[in-house]
Write a protein that binds this ligand. Structure first.
Ligand code: COA
Length: 328
């Protein structure tokens, strides 16, 4: 039976670090408020010149090196991003030309913070259907460019970063590699997190700029509650649909939007803290990149060993959410 496994990972965050103390100088907030309400201490911020593709290319090259494959072995490039270089061409096309993956098809996936799990599901199904065998999946976000740095409700939360994963088909049993992915959406809640300016509902005008419509807008409180509920439910479904219990999970890699959301999900699932990988204090919410960034870091730190059961759960604008269950 054709299965899908991850054969390489890599990540990249911009050099510039913005600490909570730096943000204290920009808006009326405090390191104490940010740390206790979100679990974040610092985040990385792209330079004015850096585009989503620049971060993506660096992460992709690291994943290529890690996997040991050549760029022309890649059949498909997927870039999960809500902050692409342009409306079109896709950011994936810019990555393709830079890394020299001449044979690949390339497109972007838009599912906000759930983008990595959505793209993983797309890659999994392309490979299992035998259409493609090797997929480069990169999540890359530069939300710092779309943040209102005068709005303390949002500017403390986001950071920039990219992380890449290379997936390949192999012959194995049903419980090898990616065991399952589940993805969901509920567009009735689109108004909780969105970026309207520049889209066809709001083409750029002087007025749209004056009304700050080119910045991300968020209703944090409502999102907070739905995120806990949906991430808990989707985690339970990932396990029950494959005959596993929470005690079978070796490592939970949740989307890193707020440490309090992760703690509440952990409490609902009754999973001990030591089985959860959390790096939100260093990066903030890097949107689609949080899960692959955490995966890459967990691997480099030796937190994941062969045979481990990895549960990933994501949540984001759309609303979108999803899970992936992987036997390493
Ligand atoms: N510094 C200081 N005070 C702040 C602040 C900041 N950076 N941001 C908000 N506040 C204030 C608010 O103005 C409010 O003050 P008020 O009571 O005088 O009006 C107070 O803190 C409480 O605000 P509230 O929104 O209830 O806080 P919260 O505990 O819900 O935390 C979030 C706010 C945004 C951290 C939290 O709701 C959250 O993380 N939501 C989910 C966000 C998310 O996941 N987004 C991405 C989805 S992928």
């Amino acid at each position: 039976m054709k299965r899908v496994k991850i054969i390489g990972t890599g990540s990249y965050v911009p050099e510039k670090v913005l600490t909570n103390f730096d943000i204290e100088k920009i808006v009326d907030t405090s390191d104490e408020w940010i740390r206790t309400r979100t679990g974040m201490s610092e985040r990385h911020i792209a330079s004015d010149r850096d585009k989503a593709s620049d971060l993506a290319i660096k992460a992709a090259n690291r994943a290529l090196k890690d996997s040991g494959i050549a760029p022309d072995e890649i059949d498909l490039i997927l870039v999960a991003t809500a902050t692409p270089d342009m409306f079109f061409p896709s950011t994936a096309c810019f990555v393709q030309s830079s890394i020299g993956a001449g044979r690949s098809a390339s497109f972007d996936i838009s599912a906000a913070c759930s983008g990595y799990i959505y793209a993983l599901s797309v890659a999994e199904n392309y490979i299992k259907s035998d259409k493609y065998n090797t997929v480069l999946l990169i999540a890359s976000e530069v939300f710092s460019k779309y943040i209102d740095w005068g709005d303390r409700n949002t500017c403390v939360l986001f950071g920039d970063g990219a992380a890449a994963t290379i997936l390949r088909g192999f012959k194995g049993s049903r419980m090898d590699g990616i065991i399952s992915t589940h993805i969901y959406s509920d567009g009735r809640y689109a108004n909780l997190l969105y970026l309207r300016g520049g889209g066809s509902s709001c083409p750029p005008t002087h007025e749209s700029i004056n009304h700050k419509l080119h910045f991300l807008k968020m209703k944090g409180n409502s999102l907070f509650k739905i995120a806990i509920k949906n991430m808990s439910e989707v985690a339970r479904e990932a396990l029950s649909s494959n005959g596993y219990k929470i005690s079978d999970v070796d490592i939970l890699i949740p989307h890193q939007a707020n440490k309090r959301i992760i703690d509440a999900v952990a409490e609902n699932l009754k999973i001990p803290q030591e089985k959860i990988f959390i790096n939100i204090e260093k990066y903030g919410n890097t949107s689609a990149a949080t899960i692959p960034l955490a995966l890459d870091e967990a691997l480099k730190e030796g937190r994941i060993k062969k045979g481990d059961l990895i549960l990933m759960v994501a949540f984001g604008g759309g609303l979108t959410w999803g899970s992936a269950l992987i036997r390493w």
